[in-house]
Design a protein around this ligand. Structure first.
Ligand code: ZN
Length: 732
């Protein structure tokens, strides 16, 4: 089983300065970006692949241009390592309120080829709702100025589903076939608001020929059928072309029967890789039913046709469904929920699906704050961060606060003398602010402390004065002094919050960095922010200190920072950590298992690996082709060739290279089962693979091999659970 994660620009600054809360460079293009595969290595990256949606890529035109030029495996965009497979789809969720997917089949195939992804997915259209919905689509651009979606009378929106969205300026060619009136449009013809006051039937006939309105009696069936007709057309185009990626078909449905029918139809079309779409928002029990239904239908097909089908479940990864997903023979799934839960909702720090904790919110000033408010918020947040680090290190919190206060004072003390001397330096001669801020941060000895302690707003105003201050036409130094005096009104009387009380407690108890001492500050800080309701959860987190229990490299390196809710660099790192913890659980439930047989001379003459397996490894293939494992293939000195791949043109079975190949391949597997009927691997090979943490079983009889794999998974010989099709259980 493989776990994919959707890519939504999930990167952090690799060299982020946690102590000063600063990016490595103020210029984003100079930062070294770290994606999850950069933070972890080949062995520990907690994903087996990346899902890239066209809809998401197109959100940023410059990203679209660069990624289609360089592909996903090359810098400068994603630079995904070559061992990590990639799937690309159109991103149906993003255009769900358009009457048609805004892409054509041929254009999508070209897009996948340009991206250089491993797998491309056919174009689907989300089947929304659970009944045969009547739906009216309206182009937002055709609304007159004083009329919006909310002005559509309730009598209309109660009778039909109305979807308003901004339509593309150009539709793909296929739309002409379904709706010639919207395909050829010249300019936007606005709606007459009066027509919405008429009865529904009159409204619909008024809109019939309008080029910015589409109405369908049964939109669900339309979407379902369109998804299938795209599948048929794209398969033909794909088979006629010479594409380097593998084609996956996306299916949609609204109940078990519709999903099973779609499955049967795409299998007849010749697809060997299915993607189950449209389940992301469905309840767990419903998804289990769909997956069981689809799994059964696929098993029948595999057994009847002596073949294998891979299946991906889009947007679904509930730990409670692992068993069903595994037994139903699904080969992969994707989800971003563990990543995103690091900064959405509560319980943001996960040890596993049951042990979840609230991260401590240490807030940045808001843009709406006055300068003085911003400075106070910044000072308080720095007190908190210094104290949290001392708590984590079991060091004196009062000493940490004193150290912080000293640095903040020095920052302000030295600022005026610095500005007097350097304000006319060449480095501040710029018409834009960013280079000025960067130069100031790097040149002024306390430059990195300015923003963290006295707010970005303050640094921004300083930079504006420096920009205005021309050596030829200098501004009065008073302007700097007035700005600094403003900060002093907040800072001059500042003593670190509750430092006396903390110090006393340290003296009395002889202990440092205790929860009681931290609490003196934290409870007041949370109250200041209006976060009192989080205090119980914070206490639970701080008593447990789960980051000390986590062995992932993020927690090891950054400790308590991972449990602090603050900005992209902490929050997204926590998301990577959550993903790692999820993956640990997933690996325990659904271990990554590979089943391989040695390649042979017949491999280069067969047109596909599957044909070689079926014709030259007949008994082996007959026993294993339908097993619910991640990988079945044949191994040569050049690598493990997956069952669905094209045959390699040259074959080498040189023993040492075979050993090195398997050593690298097995880094990410827990179990390797080897067909011993035509190959006896050396003890050295077996030891090498075991040394990377992958167990090896060699069995001479293919039948024994099958039983051993099922036994390892804890599955019955006829493992697929029967769906409850007739019981009515799925009607909820
Ligand atoms: Zn961790």
């Amino acid at each position: 089983m493989r776990f994919y994660v959707p890519e939504w620009d999930d990167h952090v600054d690799a060299d982020y300065d946690f102590i000063h809360d600063e990016h490595s460079s103020l210029d984003p293009s100079e930062r070294r970006l770290a994606y999850i595969w950069d933070i972890f290595d080949h062995e520990t990256t907690p994903i087996d692949g990346v899902l890239i949606s066209r809809e998401q890529v197109e959100d940023t035109p410059s990203k679209f241009a660069r990624i289609t030029e360089h592909g996903v495996y090359e810098a400068p965009v994603l630079d995904i390592p070559d061992w990590l497979p990639t799937v690309s789809d159109c991103g149906a969720w993003g255009y769900k309120s358009l009457p048609f997917p805004p892409y054509g089949n041929e254009g999508m195939l070209d897009f996948y080829e340009e991206l250089d992804v491993t797998v491309g997915v056919t174009i689907d259209h989300l089947v929304l709702g659970s009944g045969h919905t009547a739906r009216l689509y309206l182009d937002e651009r055709a609304f007159p100025e004083d009329f919006s979606k909310s002005d559509i009378p309730e009598e209309i929106s109660e009778q039909i589903d109305v979807m308003v969205d901004e339509w593309p300026t150009e539709w793909p060619e296929y739309v002409r076939k379904y709706e010639p009136s919207i395909y050829d449009t010249d300019g936007v013809e606005t709606f007459d608001p009066d027509i919405f006051q008429q009865p529904l039937s009159t409204l619909l006939s008024e809109l019939e020929a309008h080029s910015h309105a589409v109405y369908r009696d049964d939109d669900m069936s339309f979407r379902y059928d369109l998804t299938l007709s795209n599948a048929r057309e794209m398969k033909e185009l794909y088979d006629d072309g010479d594409y380097s990626f593998r084609l996956m078909v996306a299916i949609q449905g609204w109940d078990v029967r519709s999903y099973v029918d779609a499955t049967e139809r795409v299998l007849e079309m010749g697809y060997q890789y299915l993607g189950v779409g449209g389940v992301a928002g469905s309840p767990e029990r419903a998804v289990k039913e769909y997956v069981m239904g689809i799994g059964n239908s696929i098993k029948d097909f595999e057994r009847d046709h002596d073949t294998r089908i891979d299946t991906h479940v889009f947007g679904f990864a509930k730990t409670g469904a692992f068993d069903t997903i595994g037994k139903s023979g699904m080969t992969s799934f994707d989800s971003a929920s563990m990543l995103r839960s690091a900064w959405t909702g509560g319980e943001n720090y996960h040890l596993d699906s049951d042990q979840r904790y609230d991260a401590i919110r240490v807030r940045y000033p808001s843009n709406r704050d006055s300068l003085r408010e911003a400075v106070e918020t910044a000072l308080r947040s720095q007190e908190m961060l210094y104290s949290l680090r001392a708590f984590d290190a079991d060091e004196s919190i009062s000493a940490a606060l004193a150290e912080w206060y000293h640095a903040a004072s020095a920052t302000l003390e030295n600022l005026e003398p610095y500005l007097r001397e350097h304000r006319h330096d060449e480095q501040y001669d710029s018409s834009t602010l960013r280079p000025i801020k960067q130069a100031f941060r790097d040149d002024y000895a306390y430059g990195r402390n300015v923003r963290a302690n006295f707010s970005g707003k303050f640094r921004g105003r300083l930079a504006k004065l420096l920009r205005k201050d021309d050596p030829e036409d200098p501004i009065s130094f008073d302007e700097y002094q007035r700005l600094i005096a403003n900060i002093r009104t907040v800072f001059d009387d500042w003593t670190p919050t509750n430092v006396g009380e903390i110090k006393q407690n340290e003296k009395r108890s002889g202990e440092y960095g205790t929860l009681t001492q931290l609490w003196t500050l934290l409870s007041e800080y949370a109250t200041y922010l209006g976060d009192e309701n989080h205090l119980d959860a914070y206490e639970e987190l701080l008593r447990r200190e789960p980051w000390n229990e986590c062995g992932c490299r993020i927690c090891k390196k950054h400790g308590i920072e991972v449990a602090i809710f603050r900005g992209n660099n902490r929050n997204r790192r926590r998301g990577f950590h959550n993903t790692r913890r999820f993956y640990d659980e997933f690996e325990r439930s659904l271990p990554n298992i590979a089943v391989v047989t040695r390649g042979g001379t017949g491999l280069s003459t067969a047109d596909s690996v599957e044909r070689f397996l079926r014709e030259d490894r007949t008994d082996f293939w007959a026993e294993v082709h339908d097993l619910p494992v991640a990988e079945i293939g044949t191994v040569t000195a050049h690598g493990v060739h997956e069952w669905w791949a094209r045959s390699p043109s040259t074959i080498s079975l040189e023993p040492l290279s075979m050993q090195e190949t398997l050593e690298r391949f097995c880094l990410r597997y827990q179990e390797l089962f080897i067909d011993g009927s035509n190959w006896t691997p050396t003890d050295e090979l077996i030891d090498t693979v075991r040394a990377v943490g992958c167990d090896v079983t060699v069995l001479d009889e293919p039948e024994d091999l099958r039983m051993a794999v099922l036994d390892r998974l804890g599955y019955e010989p006829d493992f697929v659970p029967e769906p409850l099709l007739q019981s009515g259980l799925m009607e909820y």
